[in-house]
Structures are given as structure tokens and as C-alpha cells.
Design a protein around this ligand. Structure first.
Ligand SMILES: [Zn+2]
Length: 114
């Protein structure tokens, strides 16, 4: 069995669209550098703590994930508790891509109408 350690992360940006990028789960420095709004730390060798600076409510939201769970899951959604919408997706690239491309399209159309 191949141990899959690659994950995709998508974070909501200021234009209310999602940026998606691929990472190795163990390369947290690279993740932190790529997303300035993200701060990922290993709590231990099984658990990650992800902090997301939320541009919408101004708070930092924290999510704790088991790494094995994270790698196996198709999609994990982290939401803003204050405003109640997703700000973070982690998981399979194609699954996330499907979700966010629909969302990004809606945002683009909405902006075009204004
Ligand atoms: Zn928030």
C-alpha cells in the first residue's frame, strides 16, 4: 500500500473566491508560506493544528485534525463560526476543485451583475 501524503488545501481569499494548492502534509513550512492566512503546526506526530485568519470576521479560527483522517478523507470543510460559511477545504484535489469552481463561478457572476 502506498502511503499517500499529498493533500490539497483551498482557502477563501479577499475576493471571496478560493485558492487551491497541493502540498505534502509534512511540508507545513511550504503551506504556511503559500497561504499567508494559514498557520499550520504539528501538535504531535498524529495531529495538526490549523489556524486560519478569517478575513471576514477578523478572528483566527482553529481546527484540529488527525493526520491519518485528513489524508483518507475526500473533503474536510472548516467554517467561520461567526458568519457560518466555509473558509477552508482540505482533501482530494478533484473533490475540492468541483466544489470551489462552482462557488467561484457564482461569485464571478454576482460581481458581473453589480
Ligand atoms: Zn470568521
Amino acid at each position: 500500500m502506498i502511503f499517500q501524503t499529498n493533500i490539497s488545501i483551498a482557502v477563501k481569499n479577499l475576493e471571496e473566491k478560493y485558492d487551491i494548492k497541493n502540498f505534502s502534509i509534512f511540508d507545513v513550512n511550504k503551506i504556511n508560506k503559500s497561504f499567508t492566512s494559514l498557520k499550520i503546526n504539528f501538535i504531535n506526530n498524529k495531529t495538526l493544528l490549523i489556524g486560519v485568519k478569517c478575513e471576514f470576521c477578523g478572528n483566527v479560527h482553529y481546527y484540529k485534525y488527525n493526520i491519518n483522517h485528513l489524508i483518507k478523507k475526500d473533503i474536510i470543510i472548516g467554517g467561520c463560526e461567526v458568519l457560518g460559511f466555509p473558509i477552508l477545504y482540505i482533501g482530494n484535489y478533484n473533490t475540492i476543485k468541483n466544489r470551489i469552481s462552482r462557488h467561484n463561478e457564482i461569485v464571478e457572476k454576482t460581481y458581473a451583475l453589480i
